[in-house]
Write a new protein. Structure first.
Ligand SMILES: Cc1cc2nc3c(=O)[nH]c(=O)nc-3n(C[C@H](O)[C@H](O)[C@H](O)COP(=O)(O)O)c2cc1C
Length: 287
């Protein structure tokens, strides 16, 4: 009997080892190896761009920004709902640039970094009927977010484009926080949005949308037709969400021209990207 157990254990271990052998080793991504775009590890390199195909802002160019948060004052308020696991991505650079610009323009900024908060995005059975029908009470976690939403004039969703939708942590924020009886309600005429006077906006970094930067009509001749098609598709979705909640859709800033990690002109390209975002925000919010 003992012999059989020993044999079975050995066969099991062999199968596990063999299964592991065929797998490609995930690249070890640390900031140093990624930033030094020229010393590419051929074994682990995902692309010619560096050890990862994700964008990585060099450490000396990262400008972290901690917004001051909401006060009880009368200034306009922008709630940044951010779903990006990496603080040194180009996507997060756009977030930092935008938060700083809003505060420079006198708008109060509150950051809800959903990864830092370990926000639970899953709409579970426990919360389903609250979200769907407004039955019962929100959890303390959801209630706190609703209080931020209530205070906000602008709700700014920020995420990298992962399969053409918000990252799941942001999507889960929408599903759980913007519940019925909080964001919309039944009336004799049908559903009515309850968040009137507010607006939504999206900041999104992307990789495969036709190579433009901005919004509809802002392709740069790489594949303008694809760019506009994507932007129009996003607009349809955003308009629908905005209509549901009773808010205005102020549009998007989408970037599909991320500097290559090993670009010789990285700093200039990043500076230009930041300037383009600021110009767009000025047009969309401060004109
Ligand atoms: C899971 C996953 C799915 C992605 N799907 C898309 C996609 O559908 N369309 C697209 O344009 N880019 C897609 N990308 C690429 C990212 O949007 C792109 O790498 C990212 O915007 C780079 O920005 P970041 O490094 O600042 O996050 C995807 C990336 C990941 C990780």
């Amino acid at each position: 009997m003992k012999k059989r157990i020993l044999m079975a254990t050995m066969i099991f271990s062999l199968i596990i080892t063999m299964a592991g052998c065929g797998k490609t080793q995930a690249p070890i991504v640390n900031k140093e190896s990624v930033q030094n775009g020229k010393s590419i590890d051929v074994e682990t390199s995902a692309t010619v761009d560096g050890t990862t195909s994700a964008s990585v802002v060099p450490e000396d160019l990262v400008e972290e920004y901690k917004p001051k948060g909401f006060t009880d004052g009368d200034a306009k308020k922008a709630l940044f709902v951010v779903g990006d696991p990496r603080k040194y991505s180009v996507n997060y650079d756009l977030v930092n640039t935008a938060m700083k610009h809003f505060e420079e323009k006198g708008v109060e900024v509150e950051l809800r970094d959903l990864y830092d908060m370990k926000f639970n995005p899953v709409l579970s059975l426990e919360n389903f009927y609250y979200a769907k029908d407004g039955f019962g009470e929100p959890t303390p976690e959801i209630k706190k977010e609703q209080e931020y939403v209530t205070q906000a004039d602008y709700i700014i969703f920020c995420y990298p484009n992962w399969h053409d939708t918000p990252t799941s942590i942001v999507k889960g924020y929408m599903e759980t926080v913007f519940a019925k009886q909080f964001a919309y309600q039944d009336t004799d005429k049908g559903l009515e949005g309850m968040l009137k006077g507010k607006s939504i906006y999206t900041i999104m970094n992307a990789g495969f949308l036709g190579g433009g930067r901005g919004y509809i009509g802002d392709g740069v001749g790489i594949n303008d037709e694809a760019w506009d098609e994507y932007m129009n598709a996003f607009r349809v979705m955003d308009d629908d969400t905005a209509g549901f909640w009773g808010v205005e859709n102020k549009g998007r800033f989408v970037n599909d021209r991320t500097p290559k990690n090993n670009s010789e002109n990285y700093k200039e390209e990043l500076t230009k990207l930041r300037e383009d975002l600021i110009k767009k925000l000025d047009k969309d919010f401060f004109n």
